[in-house]
Design a protein around this ligand. Structure first.
Ligand code: PFF
Length: 454
């Protein structure tokens, strides 16, 4: 075990921390996954449950992860060894490292699709195509055995290279300049989308809830997605928290990141659902939803050619700032627990994850006949990591902070560079001690059938 505290990086500026955490949170989860699972689970009711989970569970767990990381200065696994030596708490860290493997395996595949869409946009590949042709363009791409695999490898290579070289400055630039650009493009898309004929049905779908449509699967997915989109439950923000210096105001960081993440997801929803209904696409289309919907909007927009290139470039960069945070969890673990160098840890982790990624990609095409519990390999990696591993990890992180680490230490850690009034601290402790663990347990028990509420 190495004690390389001395050699640890810290984020230099206040903004650097928010930038890195926001870069991790905002990614494919907001723009690709949020609309597609909202569509699958029936729209508005799902959105409201998801927002409830963000507020009551996401925010307190994000603060917990940053507290654990900053006070221990270790990776997701080592943090628990420092704060709770000789106890089994460290296995939460192992669960997180496992989740990072699974998530990055399918994440890289979707990022590869986004790269392909940059190239299609440059070739003007969507003009004069009907919605049906645009849909088949997508299925032809993902079913092919070569191209998506190669693009996934390109993306993983880029992720690995950045993790080796380190790009704190690059991430700051992304959050300062490119993320606002992404917001502007999304707003442009929203305006076009809501002005399409038939757009109202899409807005109703997204904002008029029918809670009778909710079932246990939808509630579990909303919970899993609250974790996924905020990068919680697997120690990403423990790892990032470990690089944060004592002057940083953790509460402000948590609020900024959560607001940015949620606003971007909702904008993506407004950009997509009106168009889904206007072009007669099924909201339950699945993982292809944005890829089969947005090109229809682009090619009807003034400046759509430039818009679509820029959109997919920014989506790919957003994916990169998230994927490096996922890979960093594994790399920090290899590095600090096995005394490996940064370079060799990164190469090893990237190769292993890319191999899983190849299976994910092929499961869309030639391996599609092989399923487990009715899910393809791609869907299985997504389902297990987001709906099972992250909530279980989050449950234990909340219990650790609430019951083990305790109010006094929480107060001392948060008071470094920030403040939490007595009432806010009590609310936080109540959420991590009771609400988050109980809510997560109920949703999971309902899913495995031990408790029935829907
Ligand atoms: N939050 C990222 C997104 O929404 O795209 C994905 C992610 C990053 C999940 C980091 C988990 C994680 F630890």
């Amino acid at each position: 075990m190495s004690d390389n505290n001395q050699a640890r990086d810290t984020f230099s500026s206040k903004f650097g921390v928010i930038a890195a955490a926001a870069g991790s949170a905002v990614g494919l989860g907001n723009i690709w996954k949020f609309p597609y699972i909202t569509g699958v689970h029936g729209g508005a009711a799902f959105l409201f449950v998801y927002l409830g989970f963000i507020l009551a569970i996401g925010i307190p767990i994000m603060l917990s992860e940053l507290i654990i990381g900053r006070s221990s200065k270790r990776n997701a696994f080592g943090a628990f060894k420092v704060l709770a030596p000789g106890t089994p708490w460290r296995y939460i860290g192992i669960l997180g490292v496992g989740a990072a493997f699974l998530i990055l395996s399918f994440y890289g595949v979707v990022a590869g699709w986004s790269i392909q869409y940059i190239s299609l946009s440059i070739q003007n590949g969507f003009t004069n195509k009907s919605p049906e042709q645009i849909t088949s363009l997508f299925s032809t791409l993902i079913e092919s055995p070569i191209k998506p695999v190669a693009l996934q490898l390109v993306f993983m290579f880029a992720t690995g290279a950045i993790v080796i070289v380190g790009v704190k400055k690059g991430i700051e630039k992304y959050t300062k300049i490119l993320m606002p650009m992404l917001v502007v493009i999304l707003i442009g898309l929203c305006i076009k989308s809501v002005s399409l004929d038939g757009a109202k049905a899409g807005l109703d779908f997204l904002f008029k809830p029918d809670f009778s449509k909710l079932n246990g699967d939808a509630i579990l997915s909303a919970l899993g997605h609250a974790f996924f989109t905020l990068s919680l439950g697997m120690g990403t923000l423990i790892t990032y928290g470990s690089y944060i210096n004592k002057e940083n105001n953790l509460v402000r960081t948590v609020i900024s990141v959560t607001v940015a993440d949620t606003v971007i997801a909702i904008l993506a929803g407004i950009a997509i659902f009106p168009a889904v209904f206007a072009f007669g696409i099924a909201p339950t289309e699945g993982p292809g939803l944005i890829f089969v919907t947005l090109p229809n909007v682009f090619h009807q927009m003034p400046g759509g050619f430039a818009f679509s290139i820029l959109f997919f470039v920014l989506l790919t960069i957003a994916a990169l700032t998230s994927s490096i945070s996922i890979l960093e969890v594994v790399v920090a673990y290899f590095k600090e627990e096995f005394n490996m160098g940064r370079k060799s840890s990164t190469v090893l982790a990237t190769i292993l994850i890319s191999m899983l990624g190849i299976l994910c990609s092929l499961s869309m095409g030639i391996l599609s006949p092989y399923t487990l519990f009715g899910l393809s390999f791609f869907d299985l990696m997504d389902w297990i990591s987001a709906n099972l591993m992250l909530p279980v990890g989050g449950l234990f992180i909340a219990v650790f902070t609430g019951w083990f680490y305790g109010r006094k230490k929480v107060q001392a850690e948060v008071a470094n560079g920030g403040n939490l009034s007595g009432a806010m601290l009590s609310l936080f402790m109540f959420l991590v001690k009771f609400i988050a663990p109980i809510a997560i347990a109920i949703v999971l028990l309902n899913k495995i059938g031990l408790l029935k509420f829907s």
